[in-house]
Every structure is written in structure tokens, then in C-alpha cells.
Design a protein around this ligand. Structure first.
Ligand SMILES: Nc1ncnc2c1ncn2[C@@H]1O[C@H](COP(=O)(O)OP(=O)(O)OP(=O)(O)O)[C@@H](O)[C@H]1O
Length: 329
């Protein structure tokens, strides 16, 4: 179990991590989310003792990483995919790591097969693609068969097949009862993978909740209508106890409205509809709204803030939004 107690890291004037308190639950994938510069990598480096906290502490099964005997057997991590000597073969890299933690040589072959690198095991890693480098990093993380796995932005730069592979691998590891802690700055990616979410912004904890609760709290739906007979439609809606809000483009939105009910209501009043569509706020936008005040670098003139500012801007056609449950794949 990873536990953070008032974990804080300051670099000069920058408070990169600001008093973080949370535990990473076992047997599920926990998404560690935050905008660029939120402090995710710094937190992960402190978990691995690669950076020393300014104050507070983080423990793995009650101990600091540096106090663990043969740490690869407790926690495996993928931080930087290219942290491999370019002149070394994949096999030699893994063998060297295995020997440093008294892991049997046959495990090297096992993890190479697990990540699909057996055929290039004797090739020097300098010729590896980003995806192959990522697979080698994951092989290193799995080497000690640890109960805890930590991945920093593992899908960055990968093609769709690589992304799907990592997603399924993480879910599979959690199903085996392991702790999987994975950082990302994309809610849409986490919606497909994580069961639990820890969200940070400017080094501070913003949310720590299950994915299901995040969806429950942030999934709002509406029905959008467009008609040349506005007055008649509004009267009909009003008569049915429904309120419609005017959009900037001449459309109207009925929050929590039922598509079929509104269509039938319009028909029964002889109202022609030019649009009748379900709308849903994407989880990505809910996340942007949550972190809007802690985004360090905005695109252009405060665009990030504006895009997330109002729910009005967050409505999207259902097919363009992030999946409602994220559990379909
Ligand atoms: N070695 C360092 N020296 C000085 N400042 C640092 C150092 N490492 C990180 N920072 C600063 O600490 C803050 C947190 O950075 P960190 O890389 O942990 O964020 P992050 O959430 O991982 O971001 P990203 O998603 O962009 O990787 C940033 O303001 C960053 O500039």
C-alpha cells in the first residue's frame, strides 16, 4: 500500500507538491490526474526516493522506498521509458536489474514474453521505437512480480494498438489484486482505465474518489431542440412542467429531459422540430472545470479557463463526449 502523509516538495519558489495526504487502494487502477505541472511526476519520484520530500513522508507497505530490501519485489515503476542504456540489449538490461534484486534469470524471459519483446531481446535498445521502449520499461516494472505498479503517463506517444495493450495490461494487473497507480493529464484516457481517481492541481489534492462517483457527480445530460415554432414549443414544455434554456445559436436545452417525451410533446402540439438531440457534458470537461484554477499554462489568452468555465460550454453531442461509464472497453 502506498501512503502519503503531508507530502511536500519545494523547488526554490515553486511548491511542486503541497501537503498531499492519500492512500492508493489495492486491487484497482487508480488514475493520478492533474494538468501539466500539477506535481504528478514529482510525487511519483518521491514515492521511489528519487527526490527527497521537503517535509512529510511517503511509505510503501509502511517503509520508505530506500528501506525496502530488494525493492523491485514490492514496487515496479515506469517513469521514463528511455531510461535504458542505449548500447545494452533488452535482455542484458533486464538481467542486470534482476541480478541487483536477486530475481531468477528465467523471470527475464518471462517478462520479455509478457510484453511481446522476446524476438528483439538481443537487440540494442538504441534502435527501439517509443512503443518498444515503453514495453521494455514495463518489463522492468514487472520483473520482481511486485504487488504495486506505478506508471507515469504510460500511453504518451503510443499508437492506438499500444494504448489498448497498456490499458488492458493495467486492468489485468489490478484484477490480479495488485495496486496500479497511473498518472495522466487526460481524463478521457482515465475514464477508460481507472476505477479510482486522485486529482491534484498545483500540488494540492483536489479530489480522491471512485470513478463511479466522479461520473455520478459530473455526468449531466440534456435534450437540445431547435424549432421554427419557438413560442408554441415553450408553451407546450411549460405545460408539461419543463424548463428550456436558450442557447446562443437559437437552440433550446432541457436539462435532464427525456428525448422521446419531448419529441412526442412537440408532435402532439403540431410543433415542427429541426433538431432533437441528446447532449452530455464530457468527463474531460468536468475535469477541466475542476482543475481550471490550477492550470499553470493556458493555451493563448486563458483559453483553458474559458473552455471549462461554464456548463453551457461543456455540452456536447453524446457521440463526441467521453464514454458515459468508461467501462465498455
Ligand atoms: N527538478 C526540478 N527543479 C525545479 N522545478 C521543478 C523540478 N521538477 C519539477 N519542477 C516544477 O514542479 C512543478 C510540478 O512538476 P511535475 O513535473 O511534477 O508536474 P506533472 O504534474 O508531472 O506535470 P506534467 O503532466 O507536465 O508531466 C512544475 O512547476 C515544475 O516546473
Amino acid at each position: 500500500m502506498i501512503e502519503l502523509h503531508e507530502l511536500t516538495k519545494r523547488y526554490g519558489d515553486t511548491l511542486a507538491v503541497d501537503g498531499l495526504n492519500f492512500q492508493v487502494p489495492q486491487g484497482v487502477v487508480t488514475g493520478f490526474l492533474g494538468p501539466n505541472g500539477a506535481g504528478k511526476s514529482t510525487t511519483m519520484r518521491m514515492i521511489l526516493d528519487l527526490d527527497r520530500p521537503t517535509s512529510g513522508k511517503v511509505t510503501i507497505d509502511g517503509k520508505r522506498y530506500g528501506q525496502l530490501n530488494e525493492p523491485l519485489k514490492y514496487i515496479g515503476a515506469l517513469l521514463e521509458a528511455k531510461a535504458v542504456h542505449p548500447g545494452r540489449t533488452a535482455y542484458d538490461h533486464l538481467l542486470w536489474l534482476a541480478q541487483s534484486n536477486r530475481i531468477p534469470r528465467k523471470r527475464v524471459d518471462e517478462v520479455l514474453a509478457l510484453v511481446g519483446l522476446s524476438s528483439v531481446a538481443r537487440k540494442r535498445s538504441r534502435g527501439f521505437s517509443l512503443g518498444m521502449g515503453q514495453r521494455l520499461g514495463i518489463a522492468s516494472a514487472l520483473l520482481g512480480d511486485p504487488e504495486i505498479l506505478m506508471f507515469d503517463e504510460p500511453v504518451n506517444g503510443l499508437d492506438p494498438e499500444g494504448i489498448l495493450w497498456i490499458r488492458n495490461l493495467m486492468k489485468g494487473l489490478a484484477t490480479e489484486g495488485r495496486t496500479v497507480f497511473v498518472s495522466s493529464h487526460l481524463m478521457s484516457e482515465m475514464a477508460l482505465t481507472a476505477d479510482h481517481l486522485v486529482v491534484i492541481g498545483r500540488g494540492k489534492l483536489l479530489a480522491n474518489l471512485s470513478m463511479a462517483d466522479f461520473i455520478k457527480q459530473n455526468s449531466r445530460s440534456a435534450v437540445r431542440v431547435r424549432t421554427p415554432h419557438v413560442e408554441q414549443l415553450l408553451t407546450a414544455l411549460h405545460g408539461a412542467g419543463l424548463n428550456a434554456e436558450a442557447g446562443p445559436d437559437g437552440s433550446y436545452e432541457i436539462e435532464d429531459g427525456d428525448l422521446a417525451h419531448i419529441g412526442e410533446l412537440a408532435a402532439s402540439h403540431g410543433v415542427t422540430l429541426h433538431e432533437l438531440s441528446p447532449q452530455q457534458a464530457s468527463l474531460e470537461e468536468a475535469f477541466m472545470q475542476m482543475t481550471a484554477d490550477s492550470v499553470e499554462y493556458h493555451a493563448g489568452d486563458g483559453e483553458g479557463r474559458d473552455a471549462a468555465g461554464a456548463w453551457g460550454a461543456a455540452w456536447q453531442p453524446r457521440d463526441a463526449a467521453a464514454p458515459a461509464t468508461g467501462k465498455e472497453n
